[in-house]
Design a protein around this ligand. Structure first.
Ligand code: PMP
Length: 420
């Protein structure tokens, strides 16, 4: 499969070699790298992509979930064009930011007050700062396998790129591990930061009782519960917390909510967010030249209010559930220990039929099978992330879903003897 990939993509390989002269790994986003070299994507349209060698793909990465609208959605494009006409660096409060803030708070009820950033990473950093200032405590419980941004990554524990924080590491879906940390650090824990589904780790779903338990424990210890919904906010009209029936004290969002442009936001209880009010003494500083950039503000508002409507959210996630069920039925009928896990429009291939409760349940030695799957899908015109991550975007229709299903069927036929 790999030899075929190399032979089919000479321009991507050339592009990669040139780019490595000026960027380590040939790119500025580590997540996009894979051996032998990553495809260079030339352009996109709707939910289709073309690489520099001219191959066409159905786009099932959708910018790791930020690309929910597909490429160059006309409503979003019109909003951006209008913003461009009116000047792009306004150096002041602007109407577009106020309008997006209003729409965002209406859509996600636990976010009573909000501030914008340029990325989900920054949103989480500001949210942590707010939690520490509000509680006057320094320690933050996070979960092994959690991903909250490039400088807040806990794949298998502490990481050398993390910004300094006093993190305490608990196990995902294990309330006792959280209880133990609260006992050991009584009165010192400012916040618990959690993804309601661990996205980057492989769409590991949280048990409802685990998240409900976190809500109870944090309230009992006067600790803030912080939901990172940068990835999961797309899973329901009012974010995944509405499905769970849990109101966190603060929430971070990002990805598609910026209309496909650079974006992040954090918000929540008004009493916490008012720490950022410049009129109070010792207000928290939250700066950022591009926090209210009009292109993001305009694109985000158009997307949230006229494209990813509550109805569209319900439909897209139902489409994802159906795809996941179809693919898993194929694996089951072939008696293979392979499944897609996840929720709605977000899913990840796992080389096991068991339920994955934490990143520790993922056997990294089976990555060879994920590789095989990846190269097979690429060969069949289906673009997914190398780790087996699959994301639906709004333009995905029956042609793309059938292509995906067909590629999985031929994968099973071709490699049946090699698969567990
Ligand atoms: N939190 C979660 C749950 C994410 O999935 C991501 C991005 N993959 C981030 C935070 C960081 O967002 P950004 O890449 O915009 O900094």
């Amino acid at each position: 499969a790999r030899q075929g990939f190399i032979a089919a993509n000479p321009q991507s390989e050339r592009q990669y070699r040139q780019a490595t002269e000026v960027m380590p790994g040939g790119n500025t986003r580590s997540v996009l790298f894979y051996e032998p070299f990553p495809l260079a994507i030339a352009r996109g349209e709707g939910c289709r992509l073309w690489d520099v060698d001219g191959h066409e793909y159905a786009d099932f990465i959708a910018e790791f979930s930020a690309g929910i609208y597909g490429h160059s959605n006309p409503s979003i494009r019109a909003a951006i064009d209008k913003a461009l006409d009116d000047g792009i660096n306004l150096s002041g409060h602007n109407l577009l930011e106020a309008r997006l803030a209003q729409a965002l708070c209406e859509r996600f009820p636990s976010i009573e007050s909000v501030r914008f950033t340029n990325s989900g990473t920054e949103a989480n950093l500001m949210m942590l700062a707010a939690a520490k200032a509000f509680t006057g405590r320094q320690k933050v419980i996070v979960f092994i396998g959690g991903y909250h941004g490039g400088v807040l990554t806990f794949a298998r524990g502490p990481s050398s790129v993390n910004v300094p924080h006093e993190f305490l590491y608990a196990e995902y879906n294990d309330l006792d591990s959280v209880r133990r940390l609260f006992d050991e650090h009584r009165g010192e824990v400012a916040a618990v930061l959690v993804e309601p589904m661990q996205g980057a780790s492989g769409c590991i779903v949280a048990e409802a009782s685990f998240l409900a338990g976190l809500r109870e424990l944090t309230s009992a210890h006067d600790t803030l519960l912080l939901f990172d919904e940068v990835m999961t906010s797309r899973l329901a009209p009012a974010a995944y917390q509405s499905v769970l029936g849990i109101a966190p004290d603060m929430t971070s969002v990002g990805k598609y909510i910026g209309g496909g442009m650079s974006f992040g936001a954090f918000g929540g209880r008004k009493d916490i967010m008012s720490l950022f009010d410049p009129r109070i003494r010792n207000a928290l500083q939250h700066a950022g030249t591009f926090n209210n950039n009009v292109l993001t503000m305009a694109a985000g508002y158009a997307g949230l209010t006229s494209v990813y409507t509550p109805q569209a959210a319900v439909e897209l996630n139902a489409r994802g559930e159906r795809l996941r069920a179809t693919l898993n039925t194929r694996f089951e009928e072939a008696s293979l220990d392979i499944r897609f896990n996840g929720i709605g429009s977000l899913m990840n291939l796992q080389i096991t039929a068991r339920t994955i409760r934490s990143v520790r349940d993922i056997d990294a030695s089976r990555n060879d099978i994920k590789d095989l799957f990846f190269f097979h899908l690429i060969e069949h015109g289906v673009y997914i992330a190398r780790r087996g991550y699959v994301v639906l975007s709004l333009p995905v229709g029956s042609a793309e879903l059938e292509r995906f299903d067909g590629a999985v069927a031929s994968f099973i036929d071709r490699y049946r003897n090699l698969l567990p």
